[in-house]
Design a protein around this ligand. Sequence first.
Ligand SMILES: *Cc1c(COP(=O)(O)O)cnc(C)c1O
Length: 424
Amino acid sequence: MHTQQDCRGLDAQDPLRGLRDLFTLPEGVIYLDGNSLGAMPKAAPARIAQVTTQEWGQDLIRSWNTAGWFHWPQQIGDKIARLVGAGQRELVATDGTSINLFKVLSAALSMAQADAPERRVVVSERSNFPTDLYIAEALCKERGLSLKLVEPDEIAGALDASVAVLMLTHVNYRTGAMHDMAAVTAAAHAAGALTVWDLAHSAGAVPVELKNARADFAIGCGYKYLNGGPGAPAFVWVHPRHAERFWQPLAGWWGHAAPFVFTPDYRPAAGIQRYLCGTQPIISMAGLDVGVDTLLAAEPLGGMAALRAKSLALTDLFIELVEQRCAGHGIGLATPREHGQRGSQVCLTRQQGAYAIVQALIARGVIGDFRQGDGGQRPDILRFGFTPLYIGFEDVWNAVEHLRQVLDSGEWQRPEFNQTHAVT
Ligand SMILES: *Cc1c(COP(=O)(O)O)cnc(C)c1O
């Protein structure tokens, strides 16, 4: 059994401990929601101020060339590629996650149907993040296809000759469960289907090997574990074997082979550049760049493998301490215990009061979040994300101690913790 003293010792020995200094974290807060909005890098305000006061304010339109604004989607994309097992010039930072999903799912469906028009089904998980399901539903409706939603253990069985695309989120947002990307991709390919992977809860959280897994398409989020800031641009990757086969439906001028020739007809750029659409939000891009740099700062210390080892140690410790110190309060575990099946978050369940318990913790400075269940098979979730860049072992101890006190005292039953806010 770990003591608080042990946890301090683990922090003292942690080779990644210094990376915490790259972030602004408010005094008295234990931030366990970096899976929803990553913490702010200390370098972000000055960098954003540089973009506004100097590059925009003084250099004006010249900055597209002088500051290199035009190349940022590719340059930042090349940095993100290093975190997800993609090659250089294969990934771009652009648009939002939902929009990028529309682009790649559309391209994947065009490809699949050109090769096998009889394949008319998109398979996904019922517990996938809703925006992914909504985008897929809309695209299927538009194309007269059908969307089939299954449970995780039904995926393999659903891969038959009718399936065009298997669209999955690598790490489930509700449970933290992680798919074996290589094995699932191989099964999809064996069944003749293409794969689209959403890396929203994977990029910067767990090692990802897109190319080694022979994945077909991937997208991911910039403001979660990549620390890019609220609404930061997302990213999109297409395996080079597919990148030039079709162009994506949002064929804007930034994806044109020669945008500044201003021709009336569309000619797609080579490779991943055609997945750009229009002018990018440069101020937000600067935030994303600084956020991605916090992950690259771990490269000399072992990179994603070292971050993963620490993340597993943190989540193991959290599970152990909750089970020991909060026993008897009806707390369950929704996240798999097996390392190979877990992302960087731990999701707890409770029949009643999950929302209020999370609110009581937030009032104490322990910030996690709540995800609603369906009153039946899907329980209410208390969700805690562990960003190994800035969370330490003593933070885990303290977070569990607060949870224990909230449960033991019944503090969560106070009326103020039972009022629902617009954003949970
Ligand atoms: C966070 C998340 C998104 C977010 O999409 P936005 O377009 O950025 O709002 C999409 N998909 C998954 C799986 C997510 O976890």
